[in-house]
Design a protein around this ligand. Structure first.
Ligand code: BGP
Length: 472
């Protein structure tokens, strides 16, 4: 791999930071997403969090309290040899309601401390501006990204952090998994549907607002911190046709386009023809302001970041078994084994996805999430032997290296997800673990928060130390 390839790990404030009432932070979307059966309906925007039972448990409020443990966690990342660390800022820690004219200094100080700690170890910060998180006040007042008002609020936040961190942060990502808005609208973008509301119309309008906000953030970064690189972020995973029946192939192409749509706009700078036709056929009318299309055209991203957990599969007849556990509807692929949460395991699909994205956009890629959510057992001697995680990562890193070295994909770095155990986004569980570092906490909030190195910790350290040369 290239000498400056960035090996590291990834987390996000909404799932690890906690400290929801510390340092003047305002309420955020994540604070009202519960654990348990109500989680999905709330994340989908079809249940109002204000109707939740009083005794609901909100796992993101404390999470793994990285707010109070960041020094210890970063020291562990440094020990593994991380060259970069992807994490997110909590918007409501900096703008508690989203509408202040001045930022919350205590919030900025917290991120100063985090960023300085990283720099102390020579770890490059890679920061997501909005990872499933926005000030709750903006949801209440404006309906979040349904409203164009969000663009101004987001840009005020970007302006502050770009200026404040311009000499310390080189890599910014605007919206995490921007296409998640279509699947989990409340978690992805704070969207809650009113009775009788035209859901698809609302989603595409909100998407337009996010796309314009993302392009204007790119513009702002070029003015304030011209050395920085700004990327978009896709929940990736190529969609396979279930068979070589052309009807299946066509279906898979359409499904891929549902996801590519966002990146097509952010990377190529315009609404693609297929999307214009789709919107027209569906009777969706996107409210735009004069100049929006120029903004999109003139401010495309520098790189494309992505998460890859699995490929997807589709059959045109809608028959057969569905693949479980994933928010993307998918047919079960008979060639693939699945994780404990029903997510297919497909390293070759990783190579395919990287190639597909690089062919399509011809811009540098950055893998900012990949990994296996699994139950870990602490043995009597205190050890955690997560060989299954090592196997998953080994096969995926091999596929990634092949994409780079054999296929010529331009890749900036690799940050596996949840390098320290954290709260699962889709299930709210702690027991769905991804980390090299174990955190003693259970699904209902019990535990000491103690950090313990897993077997994969030493393994990944060796991978980084040999620049991917030793994957044994
Ligand atoms: C992505 C998100 C992450 C993360 C990951 C794993 O969609 O960007 O926030 O959580 O998926 O998913 P889960 O936590 O549901 O296992």
């Amino acid at each position: 791999m290239r000498k400056d390839f960035l090996w590291g790990g990834a987390t996000a404030a909404n799932q690890c930071e906690g400290g929801w009432q510390e340092g003047g932070r305002g309420m955020a979307i994540v604070d009202v997403i519960p654990h348990g059966a109500n989680r999905m309906p709330v994340m989908k925007g079809i249940m109002d969090y204000r109707d939740l039972p009083k005794d609901s448990y909100y796992p993101g409020r404390e999470a793994i309290d990285m707010y109070g443990h960041y020094k210890e966690d970063i020291a562990l990342f440094a020990e593994m040899g991380f060259q970069c660390y992807r994490f997110s800022f909590s918007w409501s820690r900096i703008f508690p309601t989203g509408e202040e004219t001045e930022p919350n200094e205590e919030g900025l100080r917290f991120y100063d401390d985090v960023v300085n700690e990283l720099i102390k170890y020579g770890i490059e910060p890679v920061v997501t501006l909005c990872h499933f998180d926005a000030p709750l006040e903006l949801v209440e007042k404006y309906g979040s990204w349904k409203s164009r008002k969000m663009i101004d609020c987001f840009l005020r936040y970007c302006d502050v952090v770009f200026r404040h961190f311009k000499n310390r942060i080189r890599y910014w990502i605007t919206f995490n998994e921007i296409n998640m808005l279509m699947h989990l609208p409340f978690m992805g973008a704070g969207i809650r549907f009113e009775k009788g509301e035209d859901e698809i119309q609302v989603k595409y309008q909100a998407a337009h607002h996010e796309l314009v906000a993302s392009a204007l953030a790119v513009k702002l970064a070029r003015e304030i911190c011209p050395d920085a690189q700004v990327g978009c972020m896709l929940a990736a995973g190529s969609v396979y046709p279930y068979s070589c029946n052309p009807a299946d192939v066509w279906e898979s192409m359409k499904k891929d386009r549902e996801n590519y749509f966002f990146i097509d706009v952010q990377a190529r700078g315009e609404y693609p023809e297929y999307a214009k036709k789709f919107l027209e056929q569906q009777g969706i009318r996107i409210g735009m302001q004069e100049g929006d299309l120029d903004i999109l055209k003139e401010n495309t991203v520098d790189f494309i970041s992505l998460s890859y957990y699995n490929s997807r599969c589709v059959r045109s007849d809608g028959q057969g078994e569905a693949s479980g556990g994933n928010v993307f509807a998918s047919a079960k692929n008979p060639y693939l084994e699945c994780s404990q949460w029903g997510w297919p395991i497909d390293p070759m699909g990783f190579r395919i996805t990287l190639n597909a994205l690089y062919d399509r956009y011809n811009k540098p890629l950055f893998v900012v999430e990949n990994g296996l959510g699994a139950v870990d057992t602490v043995e009597e001697d205190g050890k955690i032997n997560d060989d299954y995680r090592i196997d998953y990562l080994r096969s995926h890193i091999k596929a990634m290296i092949a994409a780079v070295e054999e296929d010529g994909v331009d890749l900036l770095g690799y940050t596996p997800w949840g390098c320290v155990d954290l709260i699962s986004a889709t299930t709210g569980e702690m027991s769905k673990r991804y980390g090299f570092v174990y955190v003693d906490k259970d699904d209902m909030g019990g535990g000491t928060l103690k950090r313990v190195r897993k077997k994969s910790f030493e393994w990944y350290k060796e991978v980084i130390g040999t620049n991917g040369g030793n994957l044994l």
